[in-house]
Design a protein around this ligand. Structure first.
Ligand SMILES: [Fe+2]
Ligand SMILES: [Fe+2]
Length: 173
């Protein structure tokens, strides 16, 4: 999909406003797979989801961007809060959707995409829209990439990751 410079700028502005939003920055404190954290993970999913949507000419780009950034906005660390551990896998999409609705007033298609991103773990919540399927697939790709990396490189990777998510559309070199 070829998008206009104006549309590109609009998406980049949304991305940047979330990247520096205080409420979103709290996700940095939530550890994730192998040295990643919730903040880095979510923006990596957002970049990949937008890239795929453009490549396959699919979906509403703003919906994809918002749902990707907010898909894991559950705001607790189950590694610290043990009471959350047992049901985390299945319940966190609904917690994230609720928090996102409360803090950012998201619309319905964004909410549905967030809620269904854990399919097939949540077997009955199939991602019905194109946008939801893109989010769910991009999340799985990023998750797999994160878990195959060794913990030994944790620090190096954190710095590298922060650099990589600086912009939605990487500057041409
Ligand atoms: Fe998730
Ligand atoms: Fe995720």
């Amino acid at each position: 999909m070829i998008i206009s410079e104006k549309k590109k700028q609009e998406l980049e502005n949304i991305y940047q406003s979330f990247l520096h939003d205080e409420r979103i920055l709290r996700m940095k404190d939530i550890s994730m797979h192998r040295g990643s954290n919730c903040y880095v993970h979510s923006f990596k999913v957002a970049k990949l989801a937008i890239k795929r949507a453009l490549r396959h000419k699919k979906g509403n780009l703003v919906t994809i961007l918002l749902a990707a950034i907010l898909h894991d906005y559950y705001l607790y660390d189950w590694r610290i809060d043990k009471s959350k551990r047992r049901h985390h896998m299945g319940s966190h999409p609904y917690v994230a959707a609720r928090n996102a609705e409360r803090d950012f007033g998201i619309y319905d298609s964004v909410k549905k995409a967030i809620q269904s991103h854990m399919w097939p773990v949540n077997f009955t919540d199939f991602p019905k829209s194109k946008e939801a399927r893109i989010i769910s697939n991009a999340d799985k790709t990023i998750y797999l990439k994160e878990i195959v990396c060794s913990k030994r490189y944790k620090k190096k990777r954190e710095e590298k990751y922060l650099k990589r998510i600086e912009f939605l559309f990487d500057k041409e070199k």
